[in-house]
Design a protein around this ligand. Structure first.
Ligand SMILES: [Zn+2]
Length: 125
């Protein structure tokens, strides 16, 4: 990774995607603004989609993305109740409407990804 702030880097990439192919964008279900794109979908621990149950018994279906330029990462990194071994998580909010869409994960090797709640996303038009 270069010395540029990662937020700036991913924003630049999203803008390029925006111009290139709107069908590739994935939108926040709440405010309908683009937050990530199809080509950012990644597999984590062998799967793109994961199902997890939080401590309150709520089931989440998550999709993993390498980047999500329309999201704000918030909160202090923690491994408390972490669903991905070796990673710490922070909250990931839509930067437009601030709805929490999922979580941002990063490990000691600076490997990172977003795990976003599938039902809170809408695929391209
Ligand atoms: Zn939103």
């Amino acid at each position: 990774m270069s010395g540029l702030p990662i937020k700036q880097l991913v924003h630049d990439v999203l803008l390029q995607v925006h111009e290139a192919d709107q069908h590739q964008l994935i939108y926040c279900q709440d405010c309908q603004r683009p937050v990530t794109a199809e080509n950012y979908r990644v597999q984590v621990q062998g799967e793109h989609q994961h199902h997890f149950v939080n401590p309150d018994g709520v089931v989440f279906e998550l999709s993993c993305f390498q980047a999500a330029p329309g999201l704000i990462i918030a909160g202090k990194a923690t491994d408390h109740y972490c669903w991905f071994q070796g990673f710490e998580w922070q909250y990931a909010h839509c930067e437009y409407c601030t709805t929490q869409l999922g979580w941002y994960y990063e490990n000691a090797l600076s490997e990172s990804f977003f795990a976003l709640i599938s039902g809170y996303l809408r695929a391209g038009k």
